[in-house]
Design a protein around this ligand. Structure first.
Ligand SMILES: [Zn+2]
Length: 327
């Protein structure tokens, strides 16, 4: 990994985040769900396997766990309790999760603890991938293509879905619910329950699934509507997916060193990121609530959830929800 360059980028990013915060401008936005899956995957490839063989193995073996962690902080955006998503976007939340893993799951790791670590790495990628996308890429995309935040987010997700092969796939949904409930409690939100988290994660999974459908309807129009975004969402620096992944990779390594006891502390605390609702998550929520689709779910005794692929349950509701979706 190009360590020093990335460290420099990270320092610049933190400075910009701090400046933005203190100027009173709240960042509002984030990468879409497919974008997070892709960023976490590229980040895994950025980490040097010779230096971190065990970490790379976990990231590559538990792709779905990594992917589900990488979307997890958005779980409550479509609910009435968005503060739970806001807090999940902060460095303090990521730190609390890393502390929890460090204390409760010391090496040597069992299979289920490796899943937990894959998930934590995904959260790390979300926490550090969102801000550069929003601060550096989004304004350029909006200016070049005259598109707003929502459209840019949908556009990049749908481009990623159709142009980056299988990177958007999550073979199964995963949620370490016992851990998540404990983290929320530690962060001062003991009212967050397992069933709330499960509902939110199902909505995200439905959203990822539904992106492919609406992308099928809209891909070619979006290519024409947002040519700059399509040309640049991966490579633009700073803020494109590859850049966001470099920053993520650095922080994944830090988090790994921290839970191993090789690093005394993670980054000093910086600022929370606030974001708007994502209409694709709203779509996922509607698909579930209308009874249009069903997601098979299995809970283990240890409080882990595994979700299967969504299935269409009621075709009429499904049609009316999907055809009613506009972007
Ligand atoms: Zn987010």
């Amino acid at each position: 990994m190009k360590g020093n360059l990335i460290k420099l980028k990270l320092v610049c990013l933190i400075l910009v985040m701090a400046t933005t915060f203190f100027c009173g401008v709240r960042p509002a936005g984030s990468i879409g769900q497919t974008g997070h899956l892709v960023v976490a995957e590229i980040a895994s490839m950025d980490i040097n396997e010779t230096d971190y063989p065990d970490l790379v193995k976990i990231l590559n073996t538990f792709e779905s766990e990594r992917g589900c962690g990488s979307v997890f902080p958005d779980w409550a955006w479509a609910s009435l309790h968005q503060q739970y998503s806001e807090i999940a976007h902060t460095v303090e939340f990521q730190q609390a999760w890393a502390d929890y893993v460090k204390v409760n799951f010391p090496p040597l790791y069992t299979m289920s603890k490796k899943r937990e670590i894959g998930f934590l790495m995904g959260i790390t990628s979300h926490t550090f991938g969102d801000p550069p996308w929003h601060m550096f890429f989004l304004p350029e995309a909006e200016a070049h293509d005259n598109a707003d935040h929502g459209l840019t987010e949908i556009g990049t997700d749908i481009f990623a879905n159709w142009e980056l092969g299988k990177r958007q796939e999550v073979t199964h949904g995963y949620l370490p619910a016992t851990t998540a409930v404990n983290i929320y409690s530690i962060m001062g939100y003991p009212e967050v329950t397992e069933s709330m988290l499960v509902k939110g994660m199902m909505e995200l999974q439905a959203a990822i699934w539904a992106e492919k459908l609406v992308g099928y309807q809209g891909y070619l129009n979006l290519v024409r509507r947002m040519p700059w975004t399509d040309d640049n969402y991966v490579i633009y620096s700073p803020g494109g997916f590859e850049y966001d992944a470099e920053v993520s990779a650095l922080e994944m390594v830090n988090t790994w060193n921290y839970i191993q006891g090789d690093l005394d502390q993670l980054l000093p605390a910086d600022v929370p990121v606030f974001m708007e609702k994502n209409i694709l998550i709203e779509l996922g929520k509607k698909l579930i609530e209308s009874g249009a689709i069903e997601i098979p779910v299995h809970r283990t005794e240890q409080g882990e959830y595994f979700f299967g692929e969504p299935m269409i349950l009621d075709r009429k509701s499904f049609e009316s929800v999907v055809w009613g979706f506009e972007f």
